[in-house]
Ligand binder design. Sequence first.
Ligand SMILES: [Zn+2]
Length: 483
Amino acid sequence: MRFGLAGVFHESHSLARPHTGLEQFSRYSGEQMLANWRGTRTELGGEIAAAAQFGFDLVPLLYFTATPSGPVTQEAFGTILEAITRGIQDAGPLDGMLLVLHGAMVVEGQADAEGLLLQQLKGMMGDRPVVSTLDLHGNISERMVAFSDLLVGYDTYPHVDAYERGLEAGMGLLRIARGEIRPAAALEKPLLLPVPQSMPTASQPMQDLLQLAHEMETDPRVVNATVAGGFAYSDEKRAGMSLLVTTNGDPDLARSLARQLAALAWERRGQFLIRNVAPATAVQRAIGAQQTPVVLVDIADNVGAGTPADGTVLLEELLRQGATGALVTICDPESVSQCDAAGEGAEVALRVGGKTDPYHGGAVPVRGQVRLLADGRFRHVGPYMTGQLADMGRTAVVEAGGVELVLTSRRQAPWDRGYLQVLGIDPAVKRIIVAKAAIAWQSAFGDIAREVITVDTPGITTARLETLPLYQIRRPIFPLDPV
Ligand SMILES: [Zn+2]
């Protein structure tokens, strides 16, 4: 068997700016795609491993991936789609396509772009199977299901099973191509729009939902059961929770199992509700804490979900309340340039952060001393993407009263401690750490945090969806409406 391998992976926040152009995507093709991803704990790594493990040939075509950010431009999507379809045309005879998609990519002026992509690819492949992996935050549509033979979603958040799902997708594709199974899928979309913060799979209600899905998968008639929490910040009709069950040739069973999962999700909807602490109260509690460090989770500036990383509400509150031993990371290339011009050891007066959009607080006046200037390149120390090179751009460390301020030129999500180590900062000795993330910060600070306070900051990844201008999402939907 000879399968094509391709993908485009992007989680798009409809309100994030700027929009995401082709230059924001890393592009891998041919042998370079295999060389770069082989051996990684990613779905692409799993799909590559599946070829060796289950005995099929892979023709690596193209893979595009970008950090979560604003909607993908029409031009970028058009180019990507054309490149992948041309890759398939030029690949010679293929017995099927193995894909990597996220499921929450938003494209300017194009609803359900991933559904369109699958439709075009399936149109080219005809009765030869098309199989893809999806992120747990994917917003699965009927079109995506109709124009694919099998969709395999992650079962974990934080996403630590991507590799295994890649293996599963590879094995599924092989079985379909050999005629061993004939997939029949059913998608249920209950009226639920949970936020990522409510979806860690080690907690309720996701834990019970995944357990039920795994029980279903022990039935030999069931090929896959996927519980996708969805991405509420993709302003599209398909946004929200998806329960997708694929059986071997039994559409009625698929429907009844998907309904069972949807019923459990609906029954437990109250557990998806989130209550966070007001910024002033959170900072006050952190200052008074006996056990430190305290992690203040800046939930609405969740960099890994596409936010600007320059939210200032917690910085302002820490300065106002005279906190000591606090660590705050903010993306602000303008302030970095100012520090660069002043030089190490110099006193600076800055207006920090709050420069991207009106959602995350305004620029905060800061007086302090430039302790360090650095190029901002570092290697992940793990456990997440261990060994991966990363680049936060030119970086300045400024001591401002009791706050140590890390100012970066590129958006840096707090999912690896390596970014601090390279600056000579030990987060374990800090009293307060501000983390701009929902759940993923745990891989950087989870082992040292003595207390965690999730803060109701303003911003585009707030848990209070009703404060955001989202207009395309289907209504009524819980918790936006009394359903
Ligand atoms: Zn995700």
